[in-house]
Design a protein around this ligand. Sequence first.
Ligand SMILES: [Fe+2]
Length: 502
Amino acid sequence: MERRQFLLGLGATAVAATLPAWARESADEYFTGFRRGVKQHPWLGAYAGVTEDLEASAIRFQGRLPAGLAGTLYRNGPALFERAGVRYQHWFDGDGMVQAYTFADGKLSHRGRFVRTKKFLAESDKGGFIYPGFGSTVKSKVPITSADAINPANTNVIAHGGRLLAMWEGGSAHELDLKTLDTRGLVSWRDDFKGMPFSAHPKVEPDGTMWNFGAFDNHLALYKINRAGKLEKAEVLKVPNLAMNHDFVVSARHLIFVLPAMRINRAKLREGHSFIDSFEFPKGEAMRVLTVEKDDFTKQRWYELPPGFVFHFGNAWEEKSGQIRFDCVLSDPGADVMTQTMRQMMRGDVSRLNPGASRSAQVVIDPAAGTLRHTLADEEVEFPRVDPRVVTERNRQLFHTGALGNDRGFSLNAVLRYDLESGKTDSYRFPREYSLEEHIPVPRPGSTKEGDGWLVGCAYNEKTGKTEVNVFDALRLAAGPVATARLPYAIPIGFHGHFLAA
Ligand SMILES: [Fe+2]
């Protein structure tokens, strides 16, 4: 029943594949706009995309690579943006390329491989885009038979249960080989959940238990997967007016969702508009906050946050009193960064890019009183991450990639650490030529103190047109990177990743 409803929901997208003439013109404009746009800024080189798999080895570090740091930083992000003279109109639509940065013997090696999705293989074969994306329209009459037909596998990657999973928001995870990054195929957790969305933001508890959700057409699929990678529980909840949900957070006893006020206008989808153009944001409507008990998904509570938008969460934990605390990154209602800024960026037009307004929020839910309150930090930040050892438990440290004193709209230029107990902020701002990806905390082997270890991540250097990998002492960010490796090429700026210790 639920599966059928999911496919019925997709019926609208099948119609979207038949497009009016303006769609083709629009796509061309994005191509020439990016190539010839007089307003194009050098940092947009990080969004030009690549067309081939990448490989480099024996890259030396400048500085001192910490002896205990050994393993692989996996990253995922959209990387192929153009085929046959047509450029995607939105960053979210690029085909996913998984990167593996391996730290071993004091050197770095890198491998980047496109996920061989059905979409990637079909479009490679055809020599052009044949499916519309989340925010792009393309001239195509290929019917979409399932979400996985358009799945670009471009949002996150995680090593779990001995497997490497590349994830998107709207379809199945893809399994890849941990070493070669070869694509092994779609992951099906259970026959009746085959093809259901498995979001790009699973949360893994210190004991290896992985929780995830998939949002589709007024429903949320919920998954509990054990440390061996076996499904323990999966159910589907009905959630009225659910158009999209990107991330969630998990405490000891609850799964927590923040649902911005959004609707999808299916008539617009049928007329050939992209998903993003078909979203509507009812003005003045609160964001809904849903808590679901892990042990009994039927036990749900609802709360509210003021009108706004959210992509990402760091961590959640519970007081002995039963209060639930979590953090997330809140921005203004309407998701302008998704609906407008990312498009301007993709066409090379940076003249209208506004600095973002996303801030870290600390949220406290009091289930006994039925209330919720929140506070906001000052800095513009995104990509919250915590030490993986404290997921679902009280965290003192909260890491972000952010924009400090930046006038470049979407480009991130700093790493930050909020010490939630002292209230102090530890940060490092990169020189002007750098644009950053999400940075990830990596525990020091053998240590037990939260945050003890490193913060690792990539930065695009617009002066050299190449990507660099940086290692920070996670509790001393202000001191700057302790080690830096320079890759021989640019890697398109991606979304999320995971560090697998050797
Ligand atoms: Fe995300």
